[in-house]
Design a protein. Sequence first.
Length: 251
Amino acid sequence: MAKLSDVLAFCDQRTRRPEIQDFPGAENGLQIENNGTVTKIGAAVDGGLIPMQKAAQQGVDFLIVHHGMFWGGIKSISGKHRRKIKTAFDANLALYGCHLPLDAHPEIGNNALLAQDIGLPADERFLPHEGEPIGLLARCPFDRHELARRLQERFPGPFKQILYGSENPERVAVLTGSGRSALSHLKEHGVDTLITGELRQEHFNFAQEEGFNLFVCGHYHTETYGVCALAAEAAEQFGLEWVFIETECPL
């Protein structure tokens, strides 16, 4: 058993959560408080009703999520907000959200761990947001065909590829979740290959016309890394059990 305040302090320090400015409306940190103790940690991509219900069923009392409950504030505790808050209160479940800090982190961030998972050595961070780089540039020691094979093996369900760039990219950009914000910055870094979670139809034309390789691997699936890494480290720090709450999102 650990104190909630101690677990929160560890998570904030490890992610640098208080120092990193997120997108407008994103609320990071403790979103729902429990009775002040933690016995089992959970990790989930989303602070949705189903992940919270599954966490409660598995005895989790501290749930780390990438996409928290509150985006742009809360005006009333009704509908989905009431159901989620009631689920948390009934199960003594604390909810901790951590968005951009868990994308950008050079060790336990989504970008860094995805690159590591498929054998891409990190080179440098890029795409600053409020002074903090939120994307990753990595060296590519193999050709485009092998890169695609590794990504498809790791993300078999959502994997899509658009191939109009180099067959032997020396460096690739990684931006988990939505990759739209990275596209206009790739050329300035001499990169024509992007690994991301989600794009729009218009980006097919962009790839054709500008000569890019785009690998789309699922918004949800590319953002499982950070929450799991943070949960594992927090569990080890306090001698607790942890579990990943899978919601079978196909995207």
